[in-house]
Write a protein that binds this ligand. Structure first.
Ligand SMILES: *[C@@H]1O[C@H](CO)[C@@H](O)[C@H](O)[C@H]1NC(C)=O
Ligand SMILES: *[C@@H]1O[C@H](CO)[C@@H](O)[C@H](O)[C@H]1NC(C)=O
Ligand SMILES: *[C@@H]1O[C@H](CO)[C@@H](O)[C@H](O)[C@H]1NC(C)=O
Ligand SMILES: *[C@@H]1O[C@H](CO)[C@@H](O)[C@H](O)[C@H]1NC(C)=O
Ligand SMILES: *[C@@H]1O[C@H](CO)[C@@H](O)[C@H](O)[C@H]1NC(C)=O
Ligand SMILES: *[C@@H]1O[C@H](CO)[C@@H](O)[C@H](O)[C@H]1NC(C)=O
Ligand SMILES: *[C@@H]1O[C@H](CO)[C@@H](O)[C@H](O)[C@H]1NC(C)=O
Length: 678
């Protein structure tokens, strides 16, 4: 027996001897009966397996032991140690993107009240997240990266104390005992994993491994925590899980718990368990397939040689800058690390952006991409190849790049003195608040940058992550759209396909969340959210409040649209309310749930070229700008007869009616992007 385990047993023995008998809680479930546990929300037991969520969107399920267990010594603040182990699986559905995760939890209450679906994981909701009166300890297995909760990636394990912002988290996986490097485990691939969670001597240890494997010695997470303020004297213990617009099945196959005997986990049966992995798509050995393969290979070869040619050409141009940069690095070899760390000027999709200074004194933005942290090289090459060749006054220019140590890459951008737009919108003192004119100019410039991406090059470029933190402001307060880390190039006619959701919650179009398929219309949606954000001075997702789009939509319905504008702007007076409303209408139209109702970037850019939307009649008609006017009136609702059977409804429908109408009749889930953003 290993040393820590002996200590543990002694410790346990001591607690057992000093505690009264009722504090003991031990159970082992190899499979579940309905009498074993209490089920809440959508949780069920199927073939002795706990299934927390259904195949519906926004499903929440929770399973708790039917009685409270004692977690503290009587009349004392000393928290009893415990040890628990369980086997879980997140089973994907064919053709659906999987989400959102499972949480093991201690909670003072039964039921699912106070919890939301999607990235709230059925654990907390908008308003109570982070409130210390929750008295909840959770260990989350989360497959969606939510920036709001500072998630590290879309496949992590985290320890949550009263909040979805984890106390600590780590990529899912384990360190093998043979000293080999960390083995990543993909949570949502349907495999069965065993987890061990121990609380002893004021520290929580979380360990995981593929089922059937011996428990690794080194825990994945080991975090000192004093739970005496978190736990009540007695707590419920169990699991909770949720789906969002992304769906997967969340299953618990076995569970043991003890606060007296830390060997109970060894009694979990790990063999002969069902697997929930999706069958691999069979390879068709038909002639058509072979022919396709040959054509495919030839195509790839052709594309590669074209890219190689372009890169050779490009390298010649970049060499000079590269040399310059290497000099710079030589001179700063020792200070380099420090210099880079001290001057974070922004955080892009793939890494932090730092301020750098060339020996000659010119300032640059430096972005460092480390290979392990992101999709690494591939995203980088894509970024270089698209950014390097795209030149436009409203895009952040790439000056050069170089490869640092193994796997670490550095991009050098033009330096943007005034930082990112979100900082200016939200984190500024009174005197620096952006004026209305500045705001509309910024929107106009971003629109012109996106327009160039969509139509200005021989091949359509999707940005995929339009948001305020990706808009940078130069010395003259001109807006430049940056961070093409997510951009991919597409031939005009080719359908863009991807199976991974990239982008930022709050800016994702509903159809994108459903299909994972980006398009020009999904970029337009993101731009629509940006318009609303800039005009209203509110973040797309703000804890405890309805999502921005929903909120503005509702104000339109109540004919109070003008109150949406940033109150600090209103306080200054002199606002042209009609103009403000026109811009808000445009924002709502761009962020319309129905992709076909959204204008094109051409139309949007045209809008800003006119006197902030004073489009002349004939041109307006031509561009579909009549939609804008309709936004103003109740006519817009009659454009969607499928939503409003009555046709000429006398009042604006509620947001809920629109949402429901759209998802019922058009299978476009308006709520998904919005609720996903919660
Ligand atoms: C899931 O739970 C919700 C609310 O608890 C309920 O409205 C819904 O009908 C349930 N779905 C299923 C499939 O049981
Ligand atoms: C704990 O405190 C309660 C009252 O506060 C008292 O009735 C009880 O006897 C105490 N129990 C022990 C074990 O001291
Ligand atoms: C969150 O849950 C609490 C109960 O814990 C409830 O009072 C509150 O209304 C909920 N908020 C939202 C936004 O659902
Ligand atoms: C935390 O929750 C309690 C009880 O629900 C509530 O009274 C309190 O206002 C909340 N605190 C914050 C900061 O939201
Ligand atoms: C928890 O992890 C730490 C660090 O690896 C280790 O020292 C400690 O013994 C572990 N505790 C238990 C109960 O396994
Ligand atoms: C934990 O916190 C409680 C109350 O805040 C305190 O009495 C106790 O000494 C703390 N325990 C440790 C091990 O720090
Ligand atoms: C602890 O649990 C193990 C495995 O279930 C069992 O073999 C052992 O007898 C238990 N020890 C005590 C003291 O209950």
């Amino acid at each position: 027996m290993k040393k820590p385990q002996i200590q543990l047993l002694l410790y346990l023995l001591a607690t057992i001897l000093t505690a009264d008998h009722t504090s003991a809680a031990d159970f082992i479930f190899n499979g579940f009966e309905s009498s074993d546990v209490s089920l809440y929300g959508n949780a069920t037991i199927e073939s002795r397996i706990l299934t927390l969520t259904t195949d519906a969107t926004f499903s929440i399920g929770r399973v708790l032991l039917p009685y409270k267990i004692r977690t503290k010594q009587p009349n004392s603040s000393v928290v009893l140690p415990f040890s628990t182990s369980f086997i879980f699986a997140m089973a994907p559905y064919a053709g659906r993107l999987p989400g959102h995760g499972i949480v093991f939890l201690f909670t003072p209450h039964v039921g699912i009240e106070g919890s939301s679906s999607a990235q709230h994981l059925g654990l907390f909701n908008f308003s109570n997240n982070g409130n210390s009166s929750n008295r909840v300890l959770g260990v989350e297995f989360d497959v969606f990266k939510n920036e709001e909760f500072r998630d590290i990636n879309a496949n992590h394990v985290g320890i949550d104390v009263n909040s979805l912002i984890s106390v600590d988290s780590y990529e899912a996986g384990y360190w093998p005992d043979d000293g080999n490097s960390f083995k990543k485990l993909t949570l949502n691939n349907g495999r069965n994993y065993q987890v061990w969670i121990d609380y002893v001597n004021g520290a929580v240890n979380v360990t995981m491994a593929p089922v059937g494997k011996k428990r690794p010695n080194q825990p994945l997470l080991s975090v000192p925590l004093n739970l005496s303020e978190v736990f009540e004297d007695e707590m419920y213990v169990g699991f909770t899980a949720a789906t969002g617009a992304l769906i997967e099945s969340h299953k618990i196959l076995a569970w043991s718990f003890s606060n007296t005997n830390f060997s109970t986990s060894e009694s979990l049966i790990t063999r002969g368990l069902p697997s929930f992995e999706l069958p691999k798509t069979p390879i068709h050995k038909t002639r058509g397939f072979v022919a396709g393969l040959v054509v495919g290979v030839l195509f790839v070869a052709a594309v590669c040689s074209v890219i190689a040619l372009l890169l050779v050409k490009r390298n010649r141009r970049l060499r000079k800058i590269k040399e310059e940069l290497e000099d710079w690095e030589l001179e700063n070899r020792n200070r380099n690390q420090e210099l880079l760390k001290q001057n974070v000027i922004g955080i892009g999709g793939n890494g932090k952006v730092y301020k750098g200074i060339f020996p000659g004194g010119s300032e640059v933005g430096v972005k460092r991409i480390s290979h392990e942290s992101s999709e690494g090289i591939r995203a980088f090459v894509s970024e270089i190849s698209s950014l390097g060749r795209l030149k436009h006054r409203n895009l952040v220019g790439l000056k050069g790049w170089c490869k640092k140590e193994k796997g670490s890459l550095i991009l050098v951008y033009e330096y943007m003195e005034n930082g990112s737009l979100d900082k200016r919108l939200f984190e500024c003192d009174e005197s620096k608040i952006l004026s209305w004119e500045e705001r509309t100019r910024i929107l106009k410039q971003v629109a012109s940058g996106v327009l160039y991406l969509h139509y200005g090059w021989e091949s359509k470029v999707l940005h995929r992550d339009i948001k305020a933190s990706n808009v940078l402001l130069d010395k003259e307060m001109n807006a430049r759209l940056g961070d093409f880390g997510l951009a991919r190039m597409h031939d005009h006619d080719k359908v863009a396909g991807t199976t991974r959701v990239v982008g930022t919650v709050g800016y994702l179009a509903p159809e994108f969340v459903r299909s994972g398929r980006a398009s020009m219309q999904t970029d337009v949606f993101g731009f629509g959210v940006l318009i609303l954000e800039v005009v209203c001075g509110r973040r797309p997702i703000q804890g405890g409040e309805p999502p921005l789009v929903e909120w503005v939509w509702d104000l339109l319905r109540r004919e109070e649209l003008i109150t949406a504008v940033d109150s600090r702007l209103r306080a200054r007076g002199n606002l042209d309310e009609e103009e403000v409303e026109r811009v808000l209408h445009l924002g709502l139209l761009c962020a319309h749930p129905d992709p076909s109702a959204r204008p094109s970037m051409r139309q949007v850019a045209k809008f800003f070229e006119g006197k902030s939307g004073q489009v002349d009649e004939s041109e307006g008609e031509d561009m579909g700008m009549h939609l804008l006017d309709k936004m103003k009136t109740k006519e817009i609702w009659s454009m969607y007869p499928q939503i409003f059977n009555s046709g000429s409804s006398s009042s604006h429908p509620t947001f809920e009616e629109i949402r429901k109408g759209l998802s019922d009749s058009m299978s476009v889930s308006w709520s998904s992007a919005v609720v996903e953003g919660r």
